[in-house]
Design a protein around this ligand. Structure first.
Ligand SMILES: Nc1nc2c(ncn2[C@@H]2O[C@H](COP(=O)(O)OP(=O)(O)O)[C@@H](O)[C@H]2O)c(=O)[nH]1
Ligand SMILES: [Mg+2]
Length: 403
């Protein structure tokens, strides 16, 4: 016990010395010192190794069109009982069982719609039997969906919003089971020779979509390094290659912080000049951006004019939805490791802060946007990026602005 206490005391004094030196050596006006005092949690790199190769194919689905069909009801039985010494014992056909419903159920443990199939069918009820035995009702087909899922009809009308854990929406009702001929036995008709067929289940097409896809979306033109950046900050594994449209589907990675907060970051591919007119991979990718709470512009510093790229990006977003480019945002100049990139980053900074002599007035959301130089390939500036991401996320959470 005494040894334990001594060890504990030694450990705590050693920790105090370490912390003391860490802050003491810093210049009090510098960023790191301020950060040491600030309450913003530090990020932690994931300890688990990345998933195995076959997982690479997995991507995030936030919108899907589903054809839902309820189960068919079982047919009623048409039968007459015949017993020893009682040949005409009367009708004894049982009723069919009801078909199952297709039900969407909100669950906090589901994060994506990737497990939904284009056609979802509930099981059928079983038919009625002889000796007045009823068929079995089918089980309902429960489909778990993430919290914040919207169910829309074909004409775009919102039918339901599943916001709380356990919320359900009956998407397609199962058909009722048919009545057997015993049901039709009356005093007037002692031998009814009729039985019903089971009803068919409801069938319809629905759009299932998520209100929010991720906390932050990486927005940039092809080859800017969005996928490389997501790989650098999370365990996600989008494909990376030196040609455009390597990534065809959005990927979401989680950034972890030491206070156990997790920030979801999405790599959204497919944005090119003219995307709002359905060019390239189409408008569906702008729809993904709409579902991100904050935006991270990723600009390629290896090209001739990064500033033009930024203006194109903002134009595309605003053409799709006015004001979309003004969401809380960060500006990342990627490939800072390449020669000449530092100068281009400086130009970008000066433009954003309105110090380049340009008369155009910039909204406050743009002029105060942090501008960072990073290299996703060589892991330069990643710490600063994750710090700014957390600051932006905390500010969003404090404001709780509905988007
Ligand atoms: N030199 C350098 N190359 C990079 C950097 N980040 C990405 N790249 C390269 O840029 C190319 C496109 O990257 P990718 O992540 O697929 O871009 P995306 O199309 O925006 O997803 C790949 O060949 C990467 O190796 C970087 O920081 N420095
Ligand atoms: Mg990519």
């Amino acid at each position: 016990m005494i040894t334990y206490c001594i060890r504990k005391a030694l450990l705590s004094s050693w920790r105090a010395v370490c912390l003391g030196t860490e802050c003491a050596i810093q210049d009090k006006s510098c960023d790191s010192y301020q950060r040491c005092l600030s309450s913003v949690a530090k990020h932690v790199m994931p300890k688990k190794p990345k998933g195995v190769a076959y997982r690479k194919a997995r991507h995030f689905v936030d919108f899907i069109e589903v054809q839902v069909s309820g189960g068919k009801g079982g047919n009623g039985m048409l039968s007459f009982l015949s017993l020893p010494k009682r040949e005409w014992a009367g009708p004894d056909g049982g009723n069919g069982g009801n078909g199952g419903h297709v039900i969407f159920k909100a669950s906090h443990s589901t994060k994506s719609l990737s497990h939904l199939k284009p056609v979802e069918v509930a099981p059928n009820g079983t038919k009625g039997g002889t000796k007045q035995r009823d068929g079995k009702n089918a089980d309902h087909r429960f489909i778990e969906v993430p919290l914040g899922t919207l169910i829309k009809s074909e004409d775009g009308q919102v039918l339901s919003s599943l916001d709380n854990d356990g919320d359900v929406y009956v998407a397609a009702r199962g058909g009722a089971g048919g009545k057997g001929n015993y049901f039709f036995l009356t005093n007037e008709n002692r031998a009814p020779a009729v039985a019903e067929l089971g009803a068919t289940g409801q069938e319809r097409k629905l759009f299932v979509e998520l209100k929010t896809m991720a906390h932050a979306g990486l927005i940039g033109f092809p080859n800017a390094g969005k996928s490389s950046l997501l790989r650098a900050i999370s365990r996600a594994q989008p494909e990376v290659s030196a040609y455009p449209f390597t990534t065809l589907n959005p990927h979401v990675g989680m950034v972890l912080y030491e206070d156990h907060e997790q920030i979801a970051v999405a790599d959204i591919p497919g944005l090119i000049p003219g995307a709002h007119q359905n060019k390239g991979l189409g408008i569906s990718f702008l729809r993904h951006i709409e579902r991100c709470l904050c935006l991270i512009y990723v600009i390629d510093l290896s090209i001739e004019c990064p500033l033009e790229q930024l203006n194109h990006l903002k134009y595309e977003l605003d053409q799709y939805q006015p004001g979309l480019s003004l969401r809380p945002n960060l500006l990342i100049g990627n490939k800072i490791d390449l020669p000449g990139a530092e100068q281009k980053l400086e130009d970008l900074k000066r433009h954003v802060q309105g110090m380049d002599g340009c008369v155009e007035t910039r909204p406050r959301e743009i002029s105060q946007m942090p501008v960072l130089g990073v290299s996703a390939k060589h892991l330069i500036g990643i710490d600063e990026l994750l710090y700014q991401l957390r600051v932006m996320y905390d500010a969003y959470k404090k404001d709780e602005k509905p988007i």
